[in-house]
Design a protein around this ligand. Structure first.
Ligand code: NDP
Length: 246
């Protein structure tokens, strides 16, 4: 199946760490041309250097997904550099976890801007290209947050469930002209939880990560699986958790 990855032009947001970084490395190793977006230029530069040193093809554009124009620029860069866009992986996201009654309204707004609006901007940038080409693949990284509702993840899960709903509607609307996949990871060992403000919440989650979290490569493998299917096969939803996660 890997022939359906080789040569594809694949844009990945949030490629500077965690799941995005692991996905970029895996897809490039399978022969994709990866175009990477995130805010941390040094990380992207280092990653592109590593992929090229391993014989892969990669480029990057510093991208803030809170800005619609940055997503347009990222997609245009991929098309201009490699001639088309086959896949966009809307992976960038943040998790500012806290109790709803703590009223961390600025964090709520930040999650809405990045997780919902940022993903929508990625979709809006890629869809015109996919419609023109008559092909393409949108892969949204969602979460098991929202499949199981738990305290301190309320707003984060809400943003992820918005993306889940939008992804399914888009899949039904696609009419076979492009593919739409939602991938919901469970607990993955990344930098995602480093930015939780409340120390007790952060250290409890970090401790749990040591006990149960899986590696980002497990999610990269799911992305590769969805892309590698024959063109008439659309993997709608993948949920992928640590074997011991509730
Ligand atoms: P990381 O924190 O390691 O990666 C998040 C990525 O998103 C970074 O590359 C970061 O890059 C990027 N990012 C954040 N804000 C922006 C922005 N405004 N513009 C562009 N890029 C941005 O965490 P993960 O790899 O874990 O997260 C990837 C996705 O997986 C997220 O959507 C997350 O919600 C989801 N997920 C993660 C789980 C986990 O347990 N880790 C579980 C379920 C889902 P930079 O800071 O350089 O901009």
């Amino acid at each position: 199946m890997e022939h359906n990855i080789k040569g594809k032009v694949i844009t990945i947001t949030g490629a500077s760490s965690g799941i995005g970084e692991a996905t970029a490395i895996m897809l490039a190793a399978k022969g994709a041309k990866v175009v990477l977006g995130a805010r941390r230029k040094d990380r992207l530069e280092g990653l592109v250097t590593r992929i090229k040193a391993a014989g892969g093809e990669a480029a990057y554009v510093v991208t803030d997904i809170k800005k619609r124009s940055d997503l347009v620029q990222l997609v245009n860069f991929a098309c201009e550099t490699y001639g088309c866009l086959d896949v966009i992986v809307n992976n960038a996201g943040i998790a500012r976890l806290s109790r709803v009654d703590d009223l961390q309204v600025t964090d709520w707004e930040e999650m809405i801007d990045v997780n919902i609006k940022g993903t929508l901007y990625g979709i809006a940038a890629a869809l015109p290209v996919f419609k023109q080409q008559g092909s393409g693949h949108i892969i949204n990284i969602i979460s098991t947050s929202g499949i199981k509702i738990v305290p301190v993840q309320g707003i984060y899960a809400g943003t992820k469930n918005a993306v889940r709903t939008i992804t399914e509607a888009l899949r039904q609307e696609s009419g076979g002209k492009y593919r739409v996949t939602g991938i919901s990871p469970g607990f993955v060992n990344t930098e995602l939880t480093d930015h939780i403000k409340d120390e007790a919440t952060r250290s409890a989650i970090k401790e749990k990560a040591v006990q149960i979290a899986i590696t980002p490569e497990a999610i990269a493998g799911a992305v590769a699986y969805a892309i590698s299917q024959p063109d008439n096969v659309d993997v709608g939803d993948i949920v992928i958790r640590p074997a011991v996660q509730d």
